[in-house]
Design a protein around this ligand. Sequence first.
Ligand code: HEM
Length: 141
Amino acid sequence: MEFLTIINRFFHILSAIIGVGGLFVLWRLVFPALELLEQDQQETVVVGFSKIWRIVLWHAFALLLVTGAIGAIIGWKSSVTWQMLFGIKMLLAVVVTGLGVYLTLPGLSAGDQLERRKLYPIAVLVGFGVVAAGAVLRFQS
Ligand code: HEM
């Protein structure tokens, strides 16, 4: 059982790194670099990465949900503090997942995606909030 708990936690943390880390890399590295290019070149680059980025992000969120639910079942605590923190974490997780999906919806034009890049910092900060809540949860009894 301990082994399964560790594997589950490993995939939860790994998918958090990939999902929230990916949002961070786009916000702080990719979009600023795109500003050095002309509009049509920017759109070509966005078309180039958007499909694979959607697949990566959506799979990371799906894995977070599955491993998070398993972790919650295994580690459910009766303390009110733990449950309140867990509730806050769920709210933030819903917000960052919703934003992530909104930013990478299939059918969005490259121009729309460039327009929506303003929401990346919000998604990243909320993502950091979920990670922080997860880190604190671990030490709540
Ligand atoms: C954007 C979504 C999410 C991110 C970035 C995220 C991130 C994290 C991180 C970094 C931890 C700390 C892991 C550790 O120290 O062991 C954690 C813990 C936890 N997460 Fe998530 N999580 C997300 C979504 C979810 C969801 C949807 C659930 C439940 C359905 C969930 C349930 C939990 C639980 C129960 C813990 C505590 C694990 C423990 O006690 O060790 N998480 N999360």
